[in-house]
Ligand binder design. Structure first.
Ligand SMILES: [Zn+2]
Length: 423
């Protein structure tokens, strides 16, 4: 995805920043501490070679990368728009199924994840502006129902609803406050907006609001519907949906592996890394799910650790943004093959403009992973994000410090090795 504020060309950028009104406005804007030459050249001193570990590099990499489009239904009706999200799941590297099945104890994760011929794409078609689906009453209900149906239809086995993305969502929702393995709770009814006792039970195929009697959908718990309007663009809802689907798909594959290979899933998971486009974070209405991902990964990592295996491998690659700008500024002063775990202190000083950023830890309500800066052996630089090795932020005595202590990430060498190989 392009960086949202990227200018199409340099001429328009210069025209804008040299505009007297813009210049006057920028003079009054809060400025980040300006870099001086000494700051830039000393920034590289914080980097160090990743510590060797006893884990081996995984043979398999699954890359998950989404994109979305909003298009008019017909040329004659430009105001009627349909949303289309496509999430590509690509095998970047892996042993073939036959090679792995040749008497090995490892089971091919792609067979579990049903990735055929090295890649698979999942499509989500959602109503956007002024499109009403089936017998729904409005665009918002249409969006809710279409999203639910498509979460349910994405199944590993067509005849088994327990293998659906919808069931993975229920499992993640069960980690939210007030929810459990049999019942999850919505913060409000999308129809009557009542806020008490809005439950969805695991086996209820057509849950209804106890107040207004209208149909509820499990995907309502993502709260993306709050962004959906009848006659304005729904790009924001599409972005949020794509963001959560990309991350949820990785979790879905992990759940598929764990539940289908009850005895040997740790062997398969240690040999697999997910590459995700963007940070390991959930933004906007579904943000609270970031904590569910932390809890689920931690639960599985307990088993992985007890078997002397690496924590589950997942890496979010950030191609643009403020941290990338910072890294590009200092890259000439970093030695090849060295990595840095970004602290809030450095972020607040050189990366983040927000004045109150220093009062709390970065990404408190959204991130389930930590930013690392790396210059690989070929000299290419990366901002990457890997899961926090903790169950809950509030359970770590000084999370702000511990999250940026590289010693807490036992498998960091695997990630840097993969970045050396792949790019
Ligand atoms: Zn209701």
């Amino acid at each position: 995805m392009p960086y949202q504020n990227e200018f199409a060309d340099k001429t328009s950028h210069i025209d804008i920043v040299q505009n007297p009104d813009v210049e006057k406005f920028l003079e009054k804007c809060h400025k980040i501490e300006d870099f001086n030459g000494e700051d830039i050249s000393s920034a590289g001193q914080q980097f160090s070679p990743p510590i060797n570990n006893c884990f081996h590099k995984p043979d398999n990499i699954i890359s998950i990368d989404g994109s979305f489009y909003e298009a008019s239904r017909k040329k004659e009706y430009p105001s009627q728009k349909i949303g289309f999200i496509k999430v590509g799941v690509i095998l970047l590297q892996g042993k073939s199924l036959s090679a792995i099945q040749g008497g090995s104890k490892f089971v091919d994760p792609y067979a579990v994840a049903k990735i055929k011929e090295n890649n698979e794409a999942y499509s989500f078609v959602l109503p956007s502006t002024n499109i009403v689906y089936d017998d729904c009453e409005d665009v918002q209900e249409s969006f809710r129902r279409a999203l639910e149906e498509q979460f349910d239809n994405l199944r590993d086995k067509a005849d088994d609803p327990n293998t659906s993305l919808k069931t993975t969502l229920f499992k993640m929702a069960s980690y939210l406050d007030g929810c459990d393995a049999n019942r999850v709770v919505l913060s409000k009814c999308p129809c009557c907006k009542a806020t008490d006792n809005i439950y969805i039970y695991k086996d209820d195929e057509a849950p209804k609001c106890p107040h207004c009697g209208k149909r509820l959908y499990l995907t309502d718990i993502l709260r993306v519907w709050e962004q959906v309007a009848d006659v304005t663009s729904n790009q924001s809802a599409l972005t949020r949906t794509m963001n959560i689907v990309e991350r949820l798909l990785a979790i879905h594959y992990i759940r598929s592996i764990v539940e289908s290979l009850k005895e040997s899933y740790a062997n398969t998971l240690e040999n697999l890394c997910f590459f995700i486009d963007g940070p390991l974070a959930v933004f906007g209405e579904p943000a609270k799910f970031h904590a569910c991902f932390m809890k689920y990964l931690h639960e599985l990592n307990q088993t992985m650790r007890s078997l002397n295996k690496s924590d589950i491998l997942m890496i979010g690659i950030q191609k643009s943004g403020a941290v990338n700008d910072y890294l590009n500024l200092i890259k000439d002063y970093i030695r090849n093959g060295e990595v840095y775990c970004l602290s809030d202190e450095i972020r607040n000083k050189y990366v983040t403009f927000s004045k109150n950023a220093a009062s709390d830890t970065f990404g408190k309500e959204t991130y389930f992973g930590q930013d690392f800066l790396y210059k690989n052996k070929k000299g290419n630089v990366f901002v990457f994000n890997v899961p926090y090795p903790f169950e809950e932020k509030s359970k770590v005595a000084n999370f702000k410090i511990e999250k940026s202590n590289i010693a807490n990430y036992k498998n960091i060498k695997i990630y840097t090795d993969l970045l050396d190989d792949q790019f």
